[in-house]
Design a protein around this ligand. Sequence first.
Ligand SMILES: [Zn+2]
Length: 173
Amino acid sequence: MGGNSPCASCKLLRRRCAKDCIFAPYFPSDDPHKFAIVHKVFGASNVSKTLQELPLQQRADAVSSLVYEANARIRDPVYGCVGAISYLQNQVSQLQMQLAVAQAEIVCIQMQQDPIMVAANPQMALGQADDNDQAFLLQNQCFNFANNNSSSSTYVNIHESLKRESIFGDIVS
Ligand SMILES: [Zn+2]
């Protein structure tokens, strides 16, 4: 760069864009918003320091993540990208729980159809459901299944407790 066409950073900071400007490769003059947002959230000197501490081949990735984080922080000033992480972690937990419920229901159905075989080979019936949570869930689920012949109440309870246990409380609606 340098000379007649300063990079977006130097343009915003109103300074001469040197030949070895650390920002120039990542903040082209045709995308001023990209630098403006990281400057607003992190400050130009912090971004510069961050880039200087990294090897050349990692700087482009660092800029991408800084831009992503800055955008998230602008959208959600309280949680930033942690809001998105928390939301996705919560979804993973809910899906794992749904999977465990479905596996438990399969075992219950198998037990109703062929109780002797399932009792003799509990691991086979459990399939991959071999951790403690799922084994516990299976017991409860079979109990409910036997009593109500319906899993809907357990399912709802699991969802309610998951919501309560969410790390960031009620930011996930
Ligand atoms: Zn520059």
